[in-house]
Design a protein around this ligand. Structure first.
Ligand code: HSE
Length: 428
């Protein structure tokens, strides 16, 4: 029998314990697929005594994840602690330095330090894998780096934060507002320790930056992701969007344009009949468009013990089989540094605002749009109340900068009440 492939697991939360459970449940199946038994040699977490509902007595215990990462009796280090600095970063770097393969679920770490960590792995001659970092159980990294490697990727887009999709879907289904559903997510344990990572679009932005690097052969550039969260989405916008045949989704889009790489994570209107429009609840969806293959749609659980551990274990088995691939599908030194293009691709926009209900008010707003070169596609006034007229405008295709110019000019008209809402309508 070939020697066992020995792993260490840093982090015994939902994902770490999920991984332990699968390894304990299916050892023969995993050994057959990996070509050798996969064994847990040692583990580490914050508290040794906590009851985690799994038998960990056969594994060596380390209090310090960095010491765990350096153990000479392991082949591969699994990092499922999270956080982009501190212990997660130090332990990952220590494991690579010690010549151990690394499998991580840590999107924040790779979004911030992925270029250097990928280079360190190559220098050490070991594998760095991160399937679980993007869209949980969906094998999207494998799809991009392997199955679709022969394609020039045109666009990658998707819903990559289940918590935000849950909130937006429930707002429409139940008529509850954002704040009530945020509280529900907190009670259900859906939110990251820092909830702004979810609702501010940061967690999904981390994931998008990793997909963009693979798709376009570019260095990871999370700082260039335009981020907008879902906190200001109202029931009114959800209702108006539904009335026009759209759903509002926190949508990530990455595409190469003539002006550079566009990466944005923001609420968008998508047709309710599209696969993205029909994605309900906490599920994720990634859509990949390649020049040869056309459009591929991947859908599945983006979080949770089983799906995330499934992705981690897929990576471990690949490494145990002897499969080696640069982390981002090509050598780290060959990843191009490209310019960031801010929302370069024109799109129609949904604009909702409240105007003073007096003669000429609408004409002033229409003039601002005209002066910014923006043409109106559809418009309606509805539900006048106490001298205020809610107005909804759908524009023809325009750029975000032209739209920002027009919206800035609205403020000088003297007819605007409150702040206008502008949401991009994405062609999906
Ligand atoms: N908080 C994430 C989500 C899961 O809601 O999708 C892990 O990235």
């Amino acid at each position: 029998m070939t020697a066992p492939f020995r792993i260490a697991i840093a982090g015994l939360g939902t994902v770490g314990i999920g991984l332990v459970r699968i390894l304990q449940t299916h050892p023969e199946m995993i050994a057959a697929r990996a070509g050798r038994p996969v064994e847990i040699a040692a583990v580490s977490a914050r508290s040794k005594d906590k009851d985690r509902g799994a038998d960990l007595s056969a594994y060596a215990w380390e209090d310090d994840p960095v010491a765990l990462a350096k153990r000479p009796d392991i082949d591969l280090f699994v990092e499922v602690m999270g956080g982009h600095e501190g212990a997660a970063r130090e332990a990952t770097e220590a494991a690579l330095k010690a010549g151990h393969h690394v499998v991580t679920a840590n999107k924040a770490l790779l979004a911030h330090h992925g270029n250097a960590i990928a280079a360190a792995a190559e220098e050490a001659g070991v594998a760095l894998r991160f399937e679980a970092a993007v869209a949980g159980g969906i094998p999207v990294i494998k799809a991009l780096t392997e199955g679709l490697a022969g394609n020039e990727i045109r666009r990658v887009l998707g819903v990559m934060n289940g918590t935000c999709n849950y909130i937006l879907t429930k707002m429409e289904e139940t008529g509850q507002g954002y704040n009530a559903l945020f509280e529900e997510c907190a009670r259900l344990g859906y939110l990251e320790a820092d909830p702004n990572l979810d609702v501010g679009g940061i967690d999904a932005g981390h994931k998008l930056s990793l997909l963009a690097a693979i798709a376009f052969g570019t260095a990871v550039d999370f700082d260039a992701v335009e981020l907008e969260g879902i906190q200001s989405i109202t029931l009114e916008d959800i209702r108006q969007a539904a009335d026009m045949g759209y759903k509002i989704k926190l949508l990530g889009v990455a595409q190469m344009t003539g002006r550079g790489l566009e990466q944005r994570m923001s609420p968008c209107l998508v047709p309710d009949t599209s696969p993205l429009g029909q994605l309900d609840g906490g599920t994720n969806m990634v859509v990949i468009e390649g020049d040869a293959v056309g459009q591929i749609v991947l859908r599945g659980a983006g979080a949770g013990a089983g799906p995330t551990a499934s992705a981690v274990l897929g990576d471990i088995i690949d490494v145990a089989r002897g499969f080696r691939l640069p982390a981002f599908g090509q050598p780290a030194a060959s990843l191009r540094k490209v310019r960031a293009a801010r929302a370069a691709v024109p799109a129609p926009y949904y604009l909702r605002m409240a105007l003073a209900d007096k003669p000429g008010a609408l004409a002033k707003i229409a003039a601002c749009l005209g002066e910014a070169g923006i043409s109106i596609d559809r418009m309606r006034q509805y539900g006048h109340q106490e001298g205020v007229a809610p107005v909804l405008i759908v524009t023809h295709k325009t750029t975000r900068s032209a739209l920002d110019e027009a919206v800035a000019a609205f403020s000088d008209t003297g007819v605007l009440e409150g702040t206008p809402v502008a949401i991009r309508i994405e062609n999906v």
